[in-house]
Design a protein around this ligand. Sequence first.
Ligand code: AMP
Length: 304
Amino acid sequence: MRVITTARGFSDALEGERALGRRIGLVPTMGALHAGHRSLVARAAADCDTVAVTVFVNPLQFNVAEDLANYPRDLEGDVDQAAASGAAIVFAPPVQEMYPGFPAPVATSVHVDVVGDLLEGASRPGHFDGVATVVAKLCSLAGRSRVYFGDKDFQQLAVVRRMVADLSLPVEIVSCPTVREADGLALSSRNVRLSGEGRRAAVALPRALDAGLAALGAGERDPVRVGAAMRDVLEAASGVDPDYAAAVDAATLATPARLGGEIRLLVAATVGPVRLIDNVGMTLEPADAVEAAPSASATPVGVT
Ligand code: AMP
């Protein structure tokens, strides 16, 4: 395992691997690795010859200073987990290496319109600019590679895919399914900050998604009603402060007049000091077929 802390060293190492004919898999993370991250590394190791995990708590994507200050960090544990899952390289740069002059504002950043402005983008202004900027830099340093992201952050995946296409970055984006606890809670580095009570309350998020899936299964195609079914579950849970509960088109994240085709249910809520997000996908009959064939089948693709 090589632990690299300079941008130049990282770029050179991957260039060297490619020169030996090896295919590169890149797994960007903010560290505090868990089984969700490990599943990405394992998938990258199955697909590629050399896997690099990046561990960087990107200050640009935090719009609440306290969240950044409290973000869990454990580089030693991360290196062990990355190695055990099949990574050969960990890139863990200090902030000055990624943003020389920080905390002076970064002059050049990436903004992904529309898909980056909805949902999380609306609740956390600037968040996706920070994500898009750091992923663009990591892809630029890494060069030709496959880059692995989790469905857990579905909107992030959509923003990154759009950015990679628009900027013609030489990478292929690969998405991986969400890893969950036995009770359905999606694994997240932030879960360690939940109290015992908060941990029990947090299961309201996957339960809300289940309620949305149940509404769809019962034939509901009005996104407002499906959103309300999910929101009701969040609001009924004590200690859970709901943000959004949305049923949207999976490709655009826009809210259609009627749900059809590939759709995504997304929820966000605060539990104690911790903001949590979750989502699930479903394939419905096409929206224009709804009136003609109301009994057409609906297939869940990522149920809790
Ligand atoms: P983060 O360290 O939270 O920035 O996450 C790094 C990568 O791991 C992102 O692509 C996330 O979507 C992914 N990830 C985080 N949690 C999970 C999970 N529970 N299952 C699968 N992937 C995850």
